[in-house]
Design a protein. Structure first.
Length: 211
């Protein structure tokens, strides 16, 4: 099986890396979606690597603009008032109005709820990512298990689609370090950056919709 395409962090580089791949063929189908078609987005319930730093930077920049803003650093809890992947879902919905964003818990896996949404989808994006590691903590086996569980979920989605025979395009968008490449099956997988942040979301949208 061919190795998954790799990106350098910019939308133009992402495009160049997968032009001849199965991922490119899946995206070509996705870009031809009818406006009434449902684009299903599955994302893991976790804080992706890079997200908190990006949110902290944005918060600090806002505080510098607003002289009345508190000078203390934004707490971790305050930064997590919403699903981190809501940003991606909103960005995608600005390009295609019928986006259905459905989270999944890696340790729980593929459920009947996911199956229900999948049955009605016309195209599928599944996000897998490297989670944020707490300061001073050692990733170890917990990280490997988290990555393996995400890979298992991606595999379940791919299997369900294949068994349905509906020819629904599916792409696995992967955030995180290259070192866990082998943890995720390579069906239509695109590595979209080492971290999940506002810039990578912009690049993903450009990649998916070629706009």
């Amino acid at each position: 099986m061919a190795s998954p395409p790799f990106a350098k962090g910019k939308a133009s580089s992402l495009m160049a890396e997968f032009e001849a791949s199965s991922s490119h063929r899946s995206l070509a189908k996705l870009r031809d979606l009818d406006p009434t078609a449902i684009l299903l987005l599955f994302t893991p319930v976790m804080v992706p690597a890079g997200y908190l730093k990006d949110q902290q930077r944005t918060s600090d920049e806002d505080a510098q603009v607003d002289s009345k803003a508190p000078t203390s650093s934004t707490s971790r809890a305050a930064l997590l008032t919403t699903d981190p992947f809501e940003m991606l879902g909103i960005a995608l919905s600005k390009q295609h109005s019928r986006v259905r964003h459905v989270p999944y818990v890696p340790s729980v896996g593929f459920t009947d709820t996911h199956d229900h949404f999948l049955e009605n989808a016309h195209a599928v994006l599944v996000v897998s990512c490297e989670p944020t590691i707490s300061a001073g903590a050692s990733p170890g086996a917990d990280l490997e298990l988290t990555l393996a569980k995400q890979a298992e979920f991606v595999g379940c989605v791919a299997t369900e689609l294949e068994e349905s025979g509906r020819q629904v395009p599916m792409v696995n968008l992967s955030f995180g370090g290259d070192e866990w490449e082998n943890q995720v099956p390579t069906y239509s997988r695109i590595w979209v950056g080492e971290k999940y942040d506002a810039e990578s979301v912009v690049n993903v949208v450009k990649l998916v919709f070629d706009r």
